[in-house]
Design a protein around this ligand. Sequence first.
Ligand SMILES: [Ca+2]
Ligand SMILES: [Ca+2]
Length: 286
Amino acid sequence: MMFELHRNRTGQPLGGGFLFDDIGVRFKNGGLFRRAFSLTELLVSVSVILLLASLTTAVVSGARSSHRRTATVSLLAKLDAIVAPQFVSYAGKTVATGSAEERGEALRAMAAGDLPDSWTAVAELAAKPDAELTPPQRAYKAVWESVDHKSVVMQENESAECLFMIIMQGGIADCLDCRGLKPDVGDQDGDSMPEFLDSWGSPVGFILWPSGLELPAGKGERYFSADLPFDPVMPSAEGAAGGLMRPLLVSAGPDRDYGLAADASPLPDSFGARDNITNFDEEAIR
Ligand SMILES: [Ca+2]
Ligand SMILES: [Ca+2]
C-alpha cells in the first residue's frame, strides 16, 4: 500500500511514509483514515469541556446577580426620591400645639398618617370622617374601602402593598402614571394588592420607623439615633451614623429573606438581613 507524506498546518512534513492530519492519516488514493480517540483523550476532552462550561456558567451567573443588584438599587433610589422628601417636609409644617415635644408628636402622627406601613394603620384612618383626613389619607381610605377580602390582604406583604398605595394610588406622589415604575410592579402573594418587586421577585419592604436598623447589617450597632424625629433634639454624639430616623425601603436580596423584625432590627439567629439592600446602604459605607 502506498502512502503520501502529508503536511501539517505549517506546511512542514511530518516524516515517514504517511502523514498525520492532526488526528487522521491520509492515504495515497486520497482516502482518509480516522484513528479512534483513546479513552484517556476522551476523558481529558470531556473534563476540559465541563470545566469551560462551569466557568461560563459562573461568569453568566455573576453578571446576572450584579445586574439584579444594580437594578434593585436603582428601584430603591427612585422610590426613596419620592418618600424621603415627603417625610422631611413634615419638619416645616405648622401645627397648633404647646411644647416642642407636643409639636414633634403631632408631626410624627401626621407623617404616620400620610405614610402608613401597615393595613392596620390604614384601617384606623378609614374609620375617621373625611374632614379629619389629609388628601392622601382620603385616597388611602378609598383604597381600603374598595378591598373585598380585608383579612386576606392583611396576611402578607402589608408594608410593600402600603408603599405601592402611597406612591401609585393617589397618595403623596399621585403617581398613577409613573411609567418608569410600572415594570417593577407585581402581586407576589396574589391578593390583588400590588407591590413593587425587586430583581429577585420579592416585594420592596417599607418600615416607617426603623429604630432597630443595623447598617452594615450584622454590625451590632443601631444606625439611627434613639431620639425621635421632629423633636427639637440632635442625634446623640456617640453614635447614630444615620442621624434621626427616616423611612426604610428594603429589598430582601438574593436570599429573598428580610430577616428583620417590625422595627427593622435583625431577627435573632438569622442571617437573612446580611444580603439585604436598603435605601441607606450608600450613605452607610461613606
Ligand atoms: Ca399583594
Ligand atoms: Ca436577605
